[in-house]
Structure formats: structure tokens, C-alpha cells
Design a protein around this ligand. Structure first.
Ligand SMILES: Cc1ncc(C[n+]2csc(CCOP(=O)(O)OP(=O)(O)O)c2C)c(N)n1
Length: 448
């Protein structure tokens, strides 16, 4: 494993910029100009610089034949995988050799996440919570990456990474309390559902504004580098987020300032209804990593072991060499973008079914477990019942808890409430008291 293992296999998949660099087209040779009796003369100069460009930052050579780089003729960046669809290890050297309890936790978290998604999605459909986003199809990217990190590594998520939190020990009660915005929600009901955050588990609170987490992650990684405590940052983002200006700022700062951050792209094929073919013209997100001078690899995100191996090696690079690494995990979003959007508006049911049935990260891992004798049909049946019970219990408890008092929305920003907010608080209280029949006050803690 780690660096030695990388040298054997995976590291060859990381693209580091040790390649010759893009060469510079030059037509005229270098000449020296000087003035004799008002006539400008020139003469050929030969020096060691004649064959090597001297431009600041240049890493390449001169060429004398004009040739454009034709992106369509460059071979695509390959996709690294360890597990075949039927659950067999493809190359013995790429078997992460995880003990069976780790593999079982991986599988149980992936399937529990699935069950939780189903219940919370339905709960929104029945009007019990305001919003929800499922993680169907991307469970392998969450669990494979989370398992390869140090739990003290700092996570900046986008919003579709609930499995990372689950791996770190966020409980079903905590998920449900956040989605219900009840008194036990750490955000006190001020955030939309799925905007989780917990200092205890080193998971920075989700922000709805796409891409904001990316420069923040680069900055936090710079701070970790200065602290010299051997930790790194992981920053999750989607293929759509990669089109934001913030992505450019984050990649460039992290590369130039040598920040220990893993940029983990979940390339799930769509940004709401925009397919990747309308999102970019180049070779996905991985090709950009090389452009920014980052170690880069593309992995099969539906292969939890490939994701695990890639993140383990990327973490080693980040913390030992203080360098950013870009991982592009290829996957597919099986669920609707959120409860506010419908798949049927932009893709066919057959397309979604194909990924669900033919290339599903959960069934791939289950096949591996069955082949290796650590799972069987009876265990599957029992776990399905047990996990559903666990989710339903947490769901029922969260629903019965009261919501915070409305006056709490004014707290936790200022140490001392400024005058204009004090006035607003008073106005809100008077308004709610006057029109109490229009507000579900019985579901909230009492107004002070
Ligand atoms: C700055 C900004 N622009 C637009 C939106 C609306 N929006 C929310 S999610 C989303 C798509 C993001 O897609 P992607 O990054 O691929 O992530 P995925 O949802 O596929 O996981 C958009 C455009 C937003 N929240 N913030």
C-alpha cells in the first residue's frame, strides 16, 4: 500500500506533469541586433538558449513545424478500476485487501444510505419535509473515499455526499433531525434539508451556492500545510460545479501554493438537466487537473475499491508532498436531481434503468462479498428488515420533536444583537402573536 504500492500500479495512472511540456513553434532563429553608423545590423547568435525557450515558467522545447494540438486526437484519460461488474478483483495487485469487518461496514453504510434516501424522499413527497436530495448510484464514491481518509481530515462537501458523513458516524437521528429542522438539529432549523455540517466530524456545513466550497477548501488546506500536522482537506464537487469560476480559483491557488487538498469530482453525467456533453467540450474534468499542474487520476466511481485505492494514494501524495490531487470519479446519478426536479424532463427511464441495474456500486460490492463468503441471501434479507426499522424509528422520532422557537433565527451571528435586528425581532414577535392562527406555533418551542 501507500507509496510503494503506488509505484507498482496506481501511481502510473496519476498524471503528473513530468511530461516534456507543450513545445513552442519558432520560425526565425535568434539574432542579435546592433547599430553601426545609423545602420541596423544583425548577426546570428548561437548560445545554449537557442534550443531551449527562456520564457518565464517555460518547461518545453522549440519546434520549427507549425502544429496545433487537436484535442480529439489525444487518447482519453483512462478510467482506473479494481473490481469488475461481477465482483471479481481484476488485478491481484489492486486488491486493497480490506478486512471483512471494513467491507461489511462499507456495504452496510451504502445500503443504509439508500434506505434513508428512500424514506426521506417519500417524506418530502408527502409534504412532511420541505426538500430532499438522494444519493442513488453514487454510494461508492462516498464510502470508498471516506474510508480512505483520516477522520480528522477536513471535508468540504457540495450536498450529495451524505455517505461520507454516515461513514464518519453521523447518526440516523442526526440526519433526520437536520432534515426536519427540529430542536435537535445542530443548525437550529435555519438551513434547508441536506445542508448538514458538524464540527465534531470535521465536516464543514454545506452551502447551496455551487462551487463556494472549492476556494474555501484550498484556503483551509493552506492552513493545514502551515499547521504541519499531517492532515489534508477533501473537497467534493460535481461536474457542473467544475464550470464555476470558483473551481478555477481553487485549482490554481491550490496548485501554485502547494496545498494538501484532494479535489474529488463526482462526475455523475448531469448538472440538474444539463448533460455533460453540454457542460464541457474537453476530456472531462481530469484533463483540467493536468493543465493546472496537479497530480490527477480518473477512477470508476461505481467501484468502491478503486475509489478507496485512489483516495488512499492521493492522501499520501497530499500530506507527504504538500500537493493538491484531482480525482475524477465517473459515476451516474440515478435519482432525480432533487425533489424540485423530475428526471422525465431530460432523460429516458431506460437510460436510468441501465445504470441502476447494470452498473450499480452496491450490487458490485455485494457480488464481491458473496464470492468471498462474507455475505449471503439470508443476511441480505435480515439486514434489509433491520435497516428499514432503524430508519423508520429515527424518522418517527424526528417528526415528533418540536421545531426551534422562531426567535432563535436571530441568534448565533452577532455576539451582541445590533439595533436593527433587535427591532426586527420585536416586530416578528408582535406579528406572530397578532396573527397566531396563521402560524403552526404548536409545532415550535415557545416564543420568548
Ligand atoms: C452559483 C449557483 N448557480 C446555480 C445554482 C443552481 N444549482 C443547484 S445544483 C446545480 C447543479 C450542480 O450540478 P453538479 O455540480 O454536477 O452536481 P450534482 O447535482 O450533479 O451532484 C445548479 C446549477 C446554485 N445553487 N448556485
Amino acid at each position: 500500500m501507500t507509496v510503494i504500492r503506488q509505484a507498482q500500479g496506481l501511481v502510473s495512472m496519476f498524471f503528473s506533469l513530468r511530461s516534456p511540456g507543450i513545445r513552442i513553434y519558432q520560425c526565425l532563429g535568434k539574432r542579435s541586433f546592433h547599430r553601426i553608423n545609423s545602420i541596423i545590423c544583425s548577426e546570428n547568435v548561437t548560445s545554449k538558449f537557442d534550443d531551449k525557450p527562456e520564457f518565464p515558467g517555460s518547461k518545453s522545447e522549440f519546434v520549427s513545424k507549425l502544429e496545433f494540438i487537436e484535442p480529439d486526437n489525444i487518447k482519453g484519460i483512462p478510467v482506473y478500476r479494481a473490481l469488475g461488474r461481477n465482483g471479481n478483483i481484476i488485478e491481484e495487485s489492486e486488491d486493497p485487501k480490506l478486512d471483512s469487518s471494513t467491507v461489511l461496514k462499507m456495504y452496510k453504510d451504502m445500503t443504509l444510505l439508500n434506505t434513508m434516501d428512500r424514506i426521506l424522499y417519500e417524506s418530502q413527497r408527502q409534504g412532511r419535509i420541505s426538500f430532499y436530495m438522494t444519493n442513488y448510484g453514487e454510494e461508492g464514491t462516498h464510502i470508498g473515499s471516506a474510508a480512505a481518509l483520516d477522520p480528522r481530515d477536513l471535508v468540504f462537501g457540495q450536498y450529495r455526499e451524505a455517505g461520507v458523513l454516515m461513514w464518519r458516524g453521523f447518526t440516523l437521528d442526526q440526519f433526520m433531525d437536520q432534515c426536519y429542522g427540529n430542536v435537535n438539529d445542530m443548525g437550529k432549523g435555519r438551513q434547508m434539508p441536506v445542508h448538514y455540517g458538524t464540527k465534531k466530524l470535521n465536516f464543514v456545513t454545506i452551502s447551496s451556492t455551487i462551487g463556494t466550497q472549492m476556494p474555501q477548501a484550498a484556503g483551509a488546506a493552506y492552513a493545514l500545510k502551515r499547521a504541519k500536522d499531517g492532515l489534508c482537506v477533501i473537497c467534493y464537487f460535481g461536474d457542473g460545479a467544475a464550470s464555476e469560476g470558483d473551481a478555477h480559483a481553487a485549482f490554481n491557488f491550490a496548485a501554485v501554493l502547494d496545498c494538501p487538498v484532494i479535489f474529488f469530482c463526482r462526475n455523475n453525467g448531469y448538472a440538474i438537466f444539463t448533460p455533460v456533453k453540454d457542460q464541457y467540450r474537453g476530456d472531462g474534468i481530469a484533463s483540467r487537473g493536468v493543465g493546472y499542474g496537479m497530480m490527477t487520476v480518473r477512477v470508476d466511481g461505481n467501484d468502491v475499491f478503486a475509489v478507496y485505492n485512489a483516495v488512499k494514494s492521493a492522501r499520501e501524495i497530499a500530506v507527504t508532498q504538500n500537493r493538491p490531487v484531482l480525482i475524477e470519479a465517473m459515476t451516474y446519478r440515478i435519482g432525480h436531481h432533487s425533489t424540485a426536479h423530475d428526471n422525465a424532463d431530460y432523460r429516458s427511464a431506460e437510460e436510468v434503468r441501465y445504470w441502476d441495474e447494470q452498473d450499480n456500486p452496491i450490487s458490485r460490492l455485494r457480488n464481491y462479498m458473496i464470492i468471498n463468503g462474507i455475505w449471503d441471501e439470508k443476511m441480505e434479507r435480515e439486514w434489509k428488515l433491520e435497516s428499514r426499522k432503524m430508519v423508520m424509528r429515527a424518522f418517527a422520532d424526528a417528526e415528533t420533536r418540536k421545531r426551534p422557537s422562531p426567535d432563535e433565527m436571530f441568534e448565533d451571528v452577532y455576539d451582541v444583537l445590533p439595533k436593527h435586528l433587535e427591532n426586527q425581532l420585536e416586530e416578528m414577535k408582535n406579528h406572530v402573536k397578532q396573527y397566531k392562527e396563521n402560524y403552526p406555533l404548536e409545532h415550535h418551542e415557545k416564543l420568548t
